[in-house]
Design a protein around this ligand. Structure first.
Ligand code: GLN
Length: 492
């Protein structure tokens, strides 16, 4: 039994702990063993097994006293973008070499407050910029899934690629991710797991290394929708340390998971039928509509006319904010310092060596679109488009309760297969809209592609209507009954 404990969902592990079928220490040991065996996937940047076992022992003591907290003794992984007090936090960048924060991010603090156990820090794209986890200073993450009859390594998606691979390969029961333009949903879709990006402002951004502050949002990456509800329950909430976090009360996310959609209207946006979309993406989308109809929903056509401007607007706003946020890495305050003959040269050397190619590209683009003379042509226009995209959603949500769309335009691709940055950016076509409009959106596994790889469906909801998004996701999950797991080739 013990050797299989790593494969449990959060909900099943919680029940098992409560019924004293196993201890939190046994559970954590099973995960630590799985992490050892799964090291070839490169999902973790830093493993913290001793601290995890100490937390687990404390959890067992609480369970014995009947004082278990909501996530008591449940071992999870943390994307290496969340500051963890005294534990190396890298954002997968060379420039943060040796950075050990003196404070804890609010989201992770909430998780520890509720009894979760930290297994370690998960690999990602450098500063969360990327869609394949190939920009990490700590090397790429390998997707546990492989194409049928083809052993070439595939990317897990990004930027939360380590989180996705670790959850899919059972190297943690669940993980945190962040999503600025799709970084929770796209890797979730590529690895056959569930990922939800909550409404902007639902989770505190305090202590999360900033990429694009008006878009960044933390969220759970889990094996099931029920687990997503459970983890989000602890992650969400108002935080005085983040002025953009919202003081709306956090509803009970698990309570509404019925899968009953009678009387609900689900919108299908025609603009998401993009040129060159593979037939199987279309097929699973149609299947998703069928499943929601079976759950009692009415499927309605909606129009989001400004969709085609979402990608260009995102790739102006996100780099603009990034260029400003990343100005703080100057060799003085954090991590790496590469000396030079004077202060200016020290800055230049540090930033030149410390940032990878994709991050440098984003800083250059961001600085350009914000520069005098170009600001109005690029940045101001992108902001105006953002408003129009938001208005489109508002109008659609006047008639529908949620929107169903594909999560990604393809299944996972092979490492190195998408070399052109623009081609990589095109991957985000279905996900960036929800970030630009600040809306909650979730990816749920639908089925396998012809090549044997998982594909995801996306549910987008009204602001702060995570309960609806989760329930629609739950209906999809029940109907899809996606139970296939990748073969554990890495254990061989
Ligand atoms: N792939 C997108 C990008 O590279 C999204 C990243 C993210 O959500 N952090 O910007």
């Amino acid at each position: 039994m013990t050797s299989e404990l790593n494969r449990l969902t959060l909900a099943a592990a919680k029940e098992g702990l409560a019924a004293r079928e196993f201890s939190a220490v046994e559970l954590t040991k099973a995960l630590v063993e799985a992490m050892d065996a799964g090291r070839v996937l490169n999902a973790y940047v830093t493993e913290t097994p001793e601290a995890a076992l100490a937390q687990a022992a404390e959890a067992d003591a609480r369970i014995a006293k009947g004082e278990a907290r909501p996530l008591e003794g449940l071992p999870i992984g943390v994307k290496d973008l969340f500051c963890t007090k005294g534990v190396l936090t890298t954002a997968a960048s060379h420039i943060l070499d040796g950075f050990k924060p003196t404070y804890e991010s609010t989201v992770t603090a909430n998780l520890w407050r509720d009894g979760a156990v930290m297994l370690g820090k998960l690999n990602m794209d450098e500063f969360a910029m990327g869609g394949s986890n190939e920009t990490s200073y700590y090397g790429p993450v390998v997707n546990p899934w492989r194409r049928t009859g083809d052993n070439r390594p595939l990317v897990p998606g990004g930027s939360s690629g380590g989180s996705a691979a670790a959850v899919a390969a059972d190297l943690c029961l669940a993980a945190t991710g962040t999503d600025t333009g799709g970084s929770i949903r796209q890797p979730a879709a590529f690895t056959g797991i569930v990922g939800i990006k909550p409404t902007y402002g639902r989770c505190s951004r305090f202590g999360i290394v900033a990429f694009a502050s008006s878009l960044d949002q933390a969220g759970p990456m889990t094996k099931t929708v029920r687990d997503a509800a459970l983890l989000l329950q602890s992650m969400a909430g108002h935080d005085p340390k983040d002025s953009t976090s919202v003081p709306t009360p956090v509803p009970d996310y698990s309570a509404g998971l019925t899968g009953d959609l009678r009387g609900r209207k689900i919108g299908v946006p025609k603009e998401y039928r993009v040129d060159g979309m593979p037939a199987e993406i279309e097929k699973w989308w149609a299947q998703g509509m069928e499943w929601l109809r079976d759950a009692g929903a009415e499927i309605v056509d909606v129009s989001l006319p400004h969709t085609k401007y979402a990608l260009p607007a995102y790739y102006i706003v996100a780099p603009a904010e990034a260029s400003s946020n990343l100005a703080r890495y100057d060799g003085v305050r954090f991590g790496l310092r590469v000396p030079g003959k004077d202060l200016t040269e020290m800055y230049e050397n540090t930033r030149g060596e410390g940032f990878g190619k994709e991050v440098r590209r984003r800083i250059l683009i961001g600085t350009y679109v914000l520069s005098a003379g170009y600001y109005d042509a690029y940045y101001t226009r992108a902001q105006k488009l953002r408003r129009l995209i938001s208005n489109d959603f508002e109008k659609a949500f006047g008639t529908v309760d949620a929107i169903l769309a594909p999560a990604t335009p393809s299944a996972a691709f092979a490492s190195g297969e998408v070399a052109d940055p623009i081609a990589m950016y095109l991957n985000d076509v279905f996900t960036v809209t929800a970030n630009l409009a600040g809306l909650p959106a979730m990816s749920v596994p639908a089925g396998l592609s012809a090549e044997g790889l998982p594909l995801g469906l996306q549910v987008i909801g009204k602001a702060f209507d995570e309960p609806m998004v989760l329930n629609v996701g739950y209906a999809l999950e029940r109907a899809a009954n996606f139970t296939t797991k990748p073969e554990t080739w890495w254990r061989a």
